[in-house]
Design a protein around this ligand. Structure first.
Ligand SMILES: Nc1nc2c(ncn2[C@@H]2O[C@H](COP(=O)(O)OP(=O)(O)OP(=O)(O)O)[C@@H](O)[C@H]2O)c(=O)[nH]1
Length: 516
């Protein structure tokens, strides 16, 4: 991906800055020239690149006069902040409200990835427990109906469309009415695209928007078109009230910078990035987190949010309490699988951890995901007693469970083996003395290295290997350890509920003081 290369080039310039014995105006000019060349190579609009360059220079000249200022840090901070500014707008994205009917309309040119992205968006929220539905109001492209219908059935989301109806406005109105009556939280309307911005497309878009009265209109922008993104975004913005942008196809060879910097043309924030054809290749966008990941600094804010969204903090003490007592049932395993699914691809999570972005190549986890789904289907065939208590399953119960799940007895045995391995690990952790009375990780704040050792001895070596080995786990711990004060960092990153931070700190056994 060209954006990855952009990140590496900027990081190389930062390294040069850090290694130089003296920072003078010539070096500043050279470094800024390198960064500008990298941005232009990634297709960022030339006007924005020269603005970024002069803004950084102005700030450095202005602020470096103050005594005690570290010039290296100042330059890097100014570059990072200007990069964040480049991919953000002042306008806040529409915030979906649970329990209310949110109607979201998707617009964009044909082939931009609208239909695929509608499904990804629906799947993203459905996984988080939103009652979601899709409406196909694209009557222009013959295959659109079948495509959305197939996509919807793959992710198990209700769909409305009419193969014989030629009026997209009528379909949109009927579909939205139907799902409104059925009290859906999120109704997504896919509209037609055209090859280029033309009057027929814009008329149709306006009419659909009038009848469905969307809470948000999302513009889908294909990153492959590079610099042309700016004019395209502007043309759409002039016709309908675009509230947010999703950039697609940022995987592959797209330069991406053109699309990312075109947000100013819509004056609407980017809310997600499409990074592949699969439905879970979809990442929420936050300008600061994006720049941080681009520069290989990880994204602990994103990681924290993903984990707490998948597993609410009020549930975590309950689980830790059980673990501290060495108890772990099949139902707990089932819930952990559910949480894992809500978190999205493991490879995306790895990208959020500093230094671990290349650990798990996307796709390498497919087999694991398939296996987890099979295990969950098997557990669905078990009784509550079997899920909650330690019950030895005899051969006849195993046969019944396997039949009910369309599985084989060896598959049921494999699940039981995996569960026993986990149960043993939890048992060892319970006895390790890592936990306090309330289930909090008491030693984490005092001695992360020792915690690591104990976890390592309690963990199944195969699982440890899947997580990148002990060394990588240590590396991650060290990254956490480096943080002067974990709570402070979380708050500093902004946008995180202080109550969540406090609860996380409690679980960690107080504020984390790192060793330097
Ligand atoms: N690599 C990659 N391909 C994508 C992404 N998003 C969509 N695609 C592919 O782009 C192609 C076009 O996507 P569609 O969703 O059919 O496009 P559309 O905008 O709905 O097209 P119309 O319905 O004709 O307006 C398909 O082959 C998708 O699989 C992405 O993020 N990455």
């Amino acid at each position: 991906m060209v954006l990855g290369e952009l990140g590496q080039r900027i990081t190389a310039s930062f390294r040069r800055l850090n290694q130089a014995p003296i920072i003078d105006d010539d070096l500043l000019d050279e470094v800024l020239k390198e960064i500008a060349a990298a941005l232009l190579h990634a297709d960022v609009n030339v006007r924005y690149v020269s603005e970024l360059r002069s803004n950084v220079k102005k700030r450095v000249l202005l602020e470096s006069d103050a005594s005690g200022v570290n010039k290296r840090k100042l330059i890097q901070k100014a570059v990072v902040e200007e990069l964040v500014r480049l991919v953000s707008t002042d306008r806040k994205p529409y915030k979906l409200e649970k329990g209310k009917c949110n109607i979201i309309m998707f617009v964009g040119l044909q082939g931009s990835g609208k239909t695929t992205t509608c499904t990804k968006y629906a799947h993203h929220y459905n996984r988080k427990g939103w009652k979601t539905a899709l409406v196909c109001a694209d009557t222009f492209r013959a295959g659109a109906f079948d495509q959305l219908k197939q996509n919807a059935s793959k992710v198990r989301i209700p769909f409305y469309g009419d193969y014989n109806e030629t009026d997209p406005v009528k379909i949109a109105e009927e579909g939205v009415e139907l799902f409104k009556k059925e009290k859906y939280d999120l109704i997504i309307v896919d509209t037609s695209g055209r090859h280029k911005q033309e009057a027929a497309l814009f008329d149709e878009m306006q009419q659909v928007a009038e009848v469905v009265a969307p809470n948000d209109i999302i513009f889908i922008m294909d990153s492959h078109i590079g610099q042309a993104c700016f004019d395209q975004a502007k043309a759409f913005r002039e016709v309908v009230d675009i509230g947010s942008v999703i950039i697609t196809k940022l995987d592959g060879h797209a330069k991406g910078g053109g699309a990312l910097s075109a947000v100013s043309a819509t004056n609407s924030p980017i809310i997600f990035l499409g990074t592949g054809e699969h439905f879970d290749e979809f990442q929420p966008f936050d300008a600061q987190s994006f720049v941080s990941r681009l520069l290989g600094m990880g994204d602990l804010k994103g990681l924290f949010q993903t984990i707490t969204e998948a597993m609410p903090l009020d549930k975590q003490p309950e689980l830790l309490n059980k673990i501290s007592k060495g108890r772990f049932s099949l139902r707990d395993l089932y819930e952990q699988f559910q949480n894992l699914q809500k978190m999205g691809p493991m490879s995306q999570l790895m990208q959020m951890i500093p230094g671990m972005s290349n650990l798990m190549p996307a796709g390498a986890e497919k087999e694991g995901v398939k296996r987890i789904k099979r295990f969950m289907v098997i557990m669905d065939s078990m009784t509550d007693t079997e899920l909650d208590c330690e019950v030895q399953l005899n051969d006849s119960r195993k046969l019944r469970i396997a039949r009910g799940a369309g599985a084989s007895i060896p598959e049921v045995n494999l699940l039981i083996d995996e569960y026993k391995r986990m149960e043993k690990m939890v048992g060892k952790m319970g006895k390790s003395g890592l936990f306090g009375k309330g289930g909090e990780l008491t030693q984490l704040s005092r001695n992360p290295g020792q915690v690591m050792q104990k976890m390592q001895s309690a963990m199944d070596p195969r699982m440890l290997q899947q997580m990148g080995g002990a060394q990588n786990m240590m590396k991650m711990m060290k990254e956490f350890g480096k943080m002067e004060n974990m709570g402070g960092m979380m708050e500093g990153l902004g946008g995180i509920d202080p109550a969540q931070v406090a609860s996380m700190q409690k679980m960690m056994g107080g504020k984390m003081k790192g060793r330097r």
